[in-house]
Design a protein around this ligand. Sequence first.
Ligand code: SF4
Ligand code: SF4
Length: 337
Amino acid sequence: MSSPTRREVLAVLSTASFAALLGGSFVAHADSTGRPDYFSKTLDIEHLWRLQRDMGRVLSSGLVTEHPTIRKYFAGFEYSPPEDFPDARSLLVIAARDPIVELDVHHGGVHHRLVAAPGYTRADRKPGALLERVLADAFGEREVRKERARLPVKLLAARAGLAEYGRNNIAYVDGLGSYLALIAFYTDQPATGRWHPVRRLRQCRSCRLCVEECPTKAIHRERPVIDAGRCVSLYNELAEPMPEWIPAEAHNTLVGCMRCQLDCPANRELIDEREWLAALDERETAVVLAGGGDAAVEESIRSKLARFTLAADLAHFGQNLRLLLEGGNPVPGRTRS
Ligand code: SF4
Ligand code: SF4
């Protein structure tokens, strides 16, 4: 296959548009603040080959990092439904609300309120109750077979007309900003959505804030694809020693990185969208920093933080917490005590 032109890559990743984004979405179960829990779209399964073609173009563009973790992630996609699901007819993609979470940590007589980026609680890993609501809203009383799809969900959401890309390559959905988790399923129901051009946020036209804010210069002013091999999130998601080239002050959350999202104009309405998780006392914080060592305290930490995926691995949690407390530049907490 010949290499795609820059124009073709841009067509996949960064076509700007003022067109309305969310016509035809299902919206349900707004909370007490009136914010939606999720948006969803369906696409006919016939579009799978186009999704695979899009990803092929991006991967062969020379713009995507060769970092083995990222390449392994891309290699894990499967562009066909499970063999025992020959009746699959549609792709259902859900953008579920997933706010920044906050955790109180007491250490050395000081109280720290620290944050974790969206995407590290259970929303996308155990979507059970949410999924049942989405299916009921989308298909009513009908019995629906669904199977999790291992697909490039950001691209799928963009092609389904559900999400737009920011210059930071993060997916944004109107009403949820970038504080969301994307989840995809095959279903045996017919699709109602259509294939869309990939769009970039209209706010990006006159904005370069994320380029300035990124602590490792992973976002390029004009290049459509960020250098994911320089992204802080990639490294603090891995339970491996932190590379020395990342400056201490680049660390800003317990897991993930918020520098290119916090002040993004497309998140302006959501600045107070935070969810408080729990408080760790001095003893619990010491055990996290040590990566464990006291079974009873470890149990207490895991029970308090059952929804927080990082807490399942205290050594990894401890490394990230240490980086934040010793030289990091933490995003300040906002929720009330
Ligand atoms: S900070 Fe500005 S340039 Fe970056 S994604 Fe948001 S709107 Fe686009
Ligand atoms: S998540 Fe952080 S390191 Fe990655 S691109 Fe955004 S600001 Fe840069």
